[in-house]
Design a protein around this ligand. Structure first.
Ligand code: NAP
Length: 248
């Protein structure tokens, strides 16, 4: 029996859902690398969780910076020699809600895609060789229900009027990428799934001083953690919120 702890890496983990995902994975006995684009913030966040007695290590990783991704992958290879779980959690929403879909700036589209889509692809490319060294590699792409084209076209859906196009389309692209990668991985020990965390009270949903949302952060991390720890009989290439399969 393999008694070594699983090694996980969570991107964008300095706050919000990512930070809580690190905490819950570490509480489940996983050794977690808490990745942040700002090394100081990552160290501070990791120290907070170490103070709770958890096995958490800080690592610098900006998902839009090729050198930073390469350095992080090399550091994990040297220190751990493998990766069991990759949670692509880092994300931004920068559409101007006062503008119509056709009016969002191209700069907003490009910046959003750099983080939410190309960041996910680049980090996955860098860490996939290490995930293949695990006997049960897992990739969780933190998407959103706002990536569902089926629901965006349904006037009875609660997201029907929520058109922040650069963000929404970036998450649809993450979903589509998950399907492509799942096909590549179908005969391997690595599984990839895309998830919606729920509508969670984090800085992403801040209006003034208020964090809007239906869920507190601990609930918001549950779907990421569930898919990160899924067994060998679990899904590959699915789109989930908790136990629910979402329409693409
Ligand atoms: P958040 O509180 O705004 O946190 C975002 C995290 O991403 C921060 O740690 C931030 O780091 C990091 N980040 C941003 N750009 C990065 C980059 N280039 N490289 C590395 N890290 C970067 O957001 P959240 O609500 O926890 O969101 C987490 C994920 O859940 C996102 O992918 C989001 O789209 C998704 N999601 C959230 C909700 C919700 O209701 N909150 C709903 C659906 C999906 P800094 O601290 O350095 O800025």
């Amino acid at each position: 029996m393999n008694t070594q702890p699983k090694i996980a890496l969570v991107t964008g983990a300095t706050r919000g859902i990512g930070f809580e995902t690190v905490r819950q994975l570490a509480q489940a006995g996983v050794h977690v690398l808490l990745a942040g684009r700002d090394r100081g913030k990552a160290v501070q966040a990791a120290q907070q969780l170490q103070g709770e007695g958890l096995q958490v290590e800080a690592i610098a990783l900006d998902v839009t910076d090729a050198a930073s991704i390469a350095d992080a992958a090399q550091a994990v290879a040297q220190t751990h020699g493998k990766l069991d779980i990759l949670v692509n959690n880092a994300g931004i929403m920068i559409d101007d809600p006062a503008k119509k879909p056709s009016e969002q700036s191209l700069d907003a589209w490009r910046t959003t895609f750099d983080t939410n889509v190309f960041g996910v692809v680049a980090v996955t490319q860098a860490f996939l060789p290490l995930l293949h060294k695990s006997d049960a590699g897992r990739i969780v792409n933190v998407s959103s229900i706002l990536g569902s084209n089926t629901l965006h076209r349904d006037p009875s859906s609660f997201i029907y009027d929520f058109k922040v196009p650069a963000y929404n389309v970036s998450k649809s692209a993450v979903n589509a990428w998950t399907v492509q990668l799942a096909h590549e991985l179908k005969d391997s020990a690595v599984k990839v799934n895309t998830i919606h965390p729920g509508y969670v009270r984090t800085d992403m949903n801040k209006a003034g001083d208020q964090q809007n949302g239906e869920l507190e952060v601990p609930e918001g991390a549950r779907t990421s953690v569930k898919l990160a720890l899924v067994g060998n009989d679990g899904p590959n290439g699915g789109y989930f919120y908790l136990d629910q399969e979402l329409p693409w």
